[in-house]
Design a protein around this ligand. Structure first.
Ligand SMILES: Nc1ncnc2c1ncn2[C@@H]1O[C@H](COP(=O)(O)OP(=O)(O)O)[C@@H](O)[C@H]1O
Ligand SMILES: [Mg+2]
Length: 360
């Protein structure tokens, strides 16, 4: 969780310093005042990239050369300093002064999740977001997931390069064995992580939607078949496409629910609730694995939700016991605990309305 945050020249935020509550923080302000910008800056400090998929160049305040973010983060045993600077020279990341670890070091020091008005895409959008969701859980639950993921990516790139170069079957073949081994490692790691998360997924599904949800990992090639055989059979098509058509890079997370729920899920609000249940479950799973509270960013949670749905979401959030930074148009949000820190933002300028009670 993050205790002190400084931001300068990030989108519309010129310069701000915030002492945050370890519990609940609410940022309120009119449209286009800078609420999302603040959450995006916080997320950037924990990820080294935008959660909206915005390019880093567009995040620098117009007319400025660079943005700088700084945070003091409470870890398991000690406080750590996180710094990010983006200038023409590129992105600079520091954790306790060390620039070696890059974005992965930020993610380890400040693990966070985001629920924003686009969250429904986790359910309604393509498989890539669900893979990223599952990989995020695995990254925190499985010691070696990042390594497995990186090694697999490298093997995939090499195999695809060989396909594009129209290399002979012998060369492609020589890549297959390693590709299959690394696919297996990534696959196993994701499956184990999903197993760990299932109880939380079911729990928050019940809390937020009042229904039983099922989650099944789809590996990215035909069920019950050996990837080696599938690659063998698909070689011609792979050569045609210049890319590997089967493997964990094509995996998905299949969500199942009853018919009644399926009918409801045409609504954006219900999609948002389902996606939010998944995010809360992922957060809980990572919290348990890491044995410390995570940071949850809620950008305009009220959007698309009726009063009852918003109540359900916010009581789910409260049950998590994580650090929350939420935004809203009004200075209140259902489920805001007494003693929550309150900040107002206007034209990119932040004012403390109520300081955190637990500030050091
Ligand atoms: N790079 C930038 N430099 C300056 N202002 C920006 C930049 N990017 C976005 N903005 C402005 O920031 C303002 C606040 O946006 P946002 O944080 O999304 O507001 P809110 O979430 O409060 O509605 C918008 O008016 C937008 O035009
Ligand atoms: Mg906004």
């Amino acid at each position: 969780m993050i205790r002190l945050f400084r931001v300068s020249n990030f989108r519309c935020l010129e310069s701000a310093e915030l002492t945050l509550s370890s519990d609940f923080n609410l940022i309120y302000g009119a449209n286009a005042s800078g609420k999302t910008s603040l959450l995006e800056a916080l997320a950037y400090l924990g990820r080294g990239k935008s959660f909206r998929g915005a390019s880093t160049t567009n995040l620098v305040q117009h007319g400025r050369e660079e943005f700088v973010l700084f945070g003091q983060v409470d870890g398991l045993a000690r406080t750590r300093s996180l710094g990010v600077r983006n200038s023409r020279a590129g992105l600079e990341v520091r954790v306790d002064g060390d620039s070696e670890g890059g974005a992965a070091a930020l993610a380890e020091a400040l693990p966070l999740q985001v629920i924003d008005p686009e969250v429904h895409n986790l359910v309604a959008g393509g498989p890539e977001q669900r893979r990223r969701f599952l990989d995020w859980v695995a990254f925190h639950v499985e010691q070696d997931h990042l390594l497995a993921w990186r090694r697999f990516r490298r093997a995939l790139k090499q195999r695809n390069a060989a396909l594009r170069a129209k290399s002979g079957p012998a060369t492609i073949h020589s890549w297959n064995a390693e590709f299959v081994t690394l696919s297996g490692e990534l696959d196993e790691s994701r499956r184990r992580s999903l197993d760990v998360a299932l109880e939380s997924l079911a729990g928050f599904g019940l809390d937020l939607l009042g229904t039983e949800l099922g989650f099944e990992y789809q590996q990215g090639w035909s069920k019950g078949r050996e990837l080696a055989d599938v690659l063998e059979e698909g070689l011609e098509r792979d050569l045609q496409m210049g890319a590997t058509q089967h493997g964990p890079h094509r995996a998905d997370l299949k969500i199942s629910y009853d018919e009644k729920q399926a009918r409801k899920l045409v609504s954006r609000g219900q999609q948002k609730l389902l996606a939010s249940a998944m995010i809360l479950a992922a957060t809980e799973t990572a919290q348990t694995a890491l044995e410390r509270p995570l940071l949850l960013l809620l950008d305009d949670p009220a959007a698309e939700l009726d009063a009852e749905s918003l109540e359900r979401l916010m009581s789910g959030v409260a049950r998590l016991g994580c650090q929350v930074v939420a935004t809203s148009l009004e200075p209140g949000l259902p489920g805001t605990p007494v003693g929550a820190a309150l900040f107002h933002v206007e034209h990119g300028v932040l004012t403390v309305i109520q300081a955190p009670e637990d500030s050091p």
